[in-house]
Design a protein. Structure first.
Length: 443
């Protein structure tokens, strides 16, 4: 039977479970591809963009300029959340996710074609900025849809944390693939890598987009949105309505992410600039260490999502925020020993405090919004953190180190982010195990 003629609301339990597994797999793989595109840019920024697009700047000034373009992608993410959140609540989760995948993949492929400063001067950096903005719009609409595509198929209220954590699993997958691709092509000579080798991983994005489209086209719309359509409860202006009805939930979601997002991009993006320029370790060493950290997250993200179903979403999240606030000082103390084994261990351990929050985070945020406004509300709350946390983090870290000439200042910044997250999370409502979906909580 054609998928277009299948009613998600009338599926027997066995078929429903099959569709749940397919939705989780499709969300996870699609999200992994999207994050491959986004993290690839992050990794290459710290390694080559300052040299290729700002060659006449002081090394640390060039790094600041490169990370400024990098931050543009985060500024664009709330824009993507607003655009695709609207359509996700208007026309459905599935169609919107296909659009975000196409937008992200094509923008990433185009990065491979951008001429450097030596060819067209400052216009190369301008083109990078435009493409980074488009990337940000795409990923801004991706997260909410992928989480809801999984979570809204769940009938068991006591498993939402675990199910919603699987699209989060796409983050370490994307991080692993991006670092693996760069590591593979960095084996060529330094001149070849700077000349054209760094472009190949971006070009490969086109193949991954084809894979992602094939998978996402083969899934059904979620039962939640199908019921909204059947009962004619689809909101006409979901983004405006969610801002009107849930301003507190949006702001708390954004501030709760401070301890998760800002340190993550310091640990996975800024580390390349800091490691090469200050610690004098090789890029391949750093790439390998981040690869190993991402592999550990394959286990820890769904584990902490599962634990949040057992011990409470807020409890798990706040423990993670507190650990992150302390770990920042330990992390930089370990890095500054200059010992490669200790540096390697620090990088591997760096994502565990992050995963303590990232595993439960999808359900914690998505549960805060009613079904008819959930794509818009969850996306906007989640992506607003990109402007105040993720995007500025490497830029702030580079500025703090350049100003105070000490990594302790960066650790203090991480601790401040943790305090903000603890306060915001404490003010959120914990829906762990509660029936937010019953009749799918459509209104």
């Amino acid at each position: 039977m054609s998928l277009s003629h299948v009613d998600p609301l009338s599926l027997p339990d066995g078929e429903h479970q099959l569709q749940l597994r397919r939705a989780v797999i499709a969300s996870t793989i699609g999200t992994a591809i999207e994050w491959y595109d986004f993290f690839l840019y992050s990794t290459v920024t710290g390694l080559v963009f300052a040299k290729l697009f700002f060659p006449h700047s002081d090394p640390w000034v060039g790094t600041l300029e490169a990370f400024a373009i990098y931050a543009v992608g985060f500024v664009a993410r709330p824009v993507g959340a607003a655009i695709f959140g609207h359509y996700g609540d208007r026309i459905g989760r599935k169609s919107t996710l296909i659009a975000t995948l196409l937008l992200m993949g094509l923008a990433t492929f185009a990065v491979a074609l951008v001429p450097t400063y030596s060819s067209i001067g400052i216009w190369g950096a301008v083109l990078l900025t435009v493409l980074r903005f488009i990337q940000g719009v795409g990923v801004g609409g991706e997260w909410g849809g992928s989480v809801l595509m999984s979570m809204e198929w769940a009938r068991n209220d006591h498993s939402r944390g675990f199910i919603a954590s699987w699209p989060q699993f796409g983050v370490p997958c994307g991080l692993f693939l991006a670092n693996l691709a760069v590591l593979a092509f960095s084996q060529m000579s330094g001149e070849q890598f700077l000349s054209w080798g760094w472009r190949v991983p971006f070009a490969l994005s086109l193949i991954l987009v084809g894979v992602g489209l094939y998978i996402r086209l083969g899934i059904l719309e979620t039962p939640v949105f199908s019921r909204l359509v059947a009962e004619r409860k689809v909101e006409r202006t979901p983004m405006l309505q969610v801002i009107k009805e849930h301003p507190k939930e949006i702001l708390l979601s954004a501030f709760a992410r401070m301890a998760e997002q800002a340190p993550f991009y310091i640990f996975t993006a800024f580390i390349f600039a800091y490691g090469v320029k200050t610690l004098n370790v090789s890029r391949d060493f750093l790439l390998t260490a981040v690869l190993c950290a991402s592999v550990l997250s394959f286990v820890s993200i769904p584990l902490f999502g599962h634990l949040s179903d057992r011990f409470g979403r807020k409890n798990m999240y706040m423990i993670g925020a507190a650990v992150t606030g302390v770990f920042g000082f330990i992390y930089f103390r370990m890095l500054d020993t200059g010992s490669e084994p200790v540096i390697f261990l620090a990088i591997i351990l760096s994502l565990i405090p992050h995963d303590m929050m990232y595993g439960p985070q999808a359900a914690l945020i998505a549960e805060s919004f009613t079904g008819r406004l959930r794509y818009s509300g969850a996306s906007l709350g989640y992506q607003l953190a990109s402007v105040i946390a993720g995007g500025p983090a490497p830029l702030i870290a580079a500025w703090l180190f350049g100003t105070f000439e000490s990594a302790t200042a960066i650790a203090a910044y991480i601790a401040l982010c943790a305090v903000i997250s603890l306060i915001a999370t404490a003010a959120m409502t914990d829906y762990t195990g509660k029936n937010i979906s019953g009749e799918y909580r459509v209104g």
